[in-house]
Ligand binder design. Structure first.
Ligand SMILES: [Zn+2]
Length: 231
């Protein structure tokens, strides 16, 4: 077989390997933690903490209400029990009961506000939980697909490399060396010739070069130096 054709095939394999390796790099880069899942988990933690604080506030308020209710009952017992006759003392007790009741009204108002906030936090927590479940399921699905794609690309690259090995063994070593050197310097070592033009540098080739390239000789473009391949 024409050496230029073999080198062109080698280049096709190299391009395919490079493209698969780029794809593999992208796939590997996407494997791992999901920022969206991590953010949702952090939100869940902070909302859970907020809910616990609110519940603590609610219990404290309820406990204070119970306590003050007991105090009111005790004061009212003394007030209406008939044992205390001193008007000054009675007035003072009356005042105490009123103060307690005002305070209890305030505490009850505060407790209602907290209960409202607890309900809101519980709803928000449920929303975050369901969002997190969705995100986690999406992420797991995506990771599975990526892992499959990774395995597919790795297998494809291994197969291409094997093909490349077999092909390069069939080509004369000097030609492979030239190919490698040109590839290193120019990216692509072999240029197709179409309508007498080198596709590597788009210059019109002299007829003599075209004739030589048509034979079994290895001919390099006089302008860009690439190996010429006439399909
Ligand atoms: Zn050229």
């Amino acid at each position: 077989m024409n050496v230029a054709r073999q080198l062109y095939q080698l280049q096709e394999l190299d391009l395919e390997i490079e493209s698969d390796q780029r794809a593999l790099g992208q796939v590997t880069g996407q494997l791992g933690e999901s920022q969206a899942v991590l953010r949702a988990k952090a939100q869940l933690d902070s909302e859970q903490q907020r809910l616990e604080e609110l519940k603590h506030q609610q219990h404290t308020a309820e406990w204070e209400i119970d306590d003050i209710t007991t105090r009111i009952a005790t004061a009212e017992e003394s007030l209406f029990g008939g044992r205390i006759k001193n008007p000054k003392e009675l007035a003072s007790l009356q005042h105490e009961v009123e103060t307690f009741k005002t305070r209890r009204d305030g505490l009850e108002e505060k407790a209602l506000e907290v209960i409202d906030q607890v309900e809101q936090a519980e709803a928000s927590l449920a929303e975050i939980k369901s969002r997190l479940e969705g995100l986690t399921a999406d992420w797991q699905r995506q990771q599975k697909q990526l892992a499959e794609e990774q395995a597919r690309l790795e297998a494809a690259i291994a197969e291409l490399k094997q093909k490349r090995q077999l092909l390069s063994e069939q080509i004369e070593p000097q030609a492979v060396e030239l190919y490698q050197a040109l590839k290193k310097g120019k990216g692509r070592a072999v240029a197709r010739v179409e309508q007498g033009i080198c596709r590597g540098c788009r210059i019109s080739l002299p007829t003599t070069d075209l004739q030589r390239a048509r034979g079994s000789n290895l001919v390099q473009c006089s302008s860009c130096g690439r190996i010429l391949f006439l399909p």
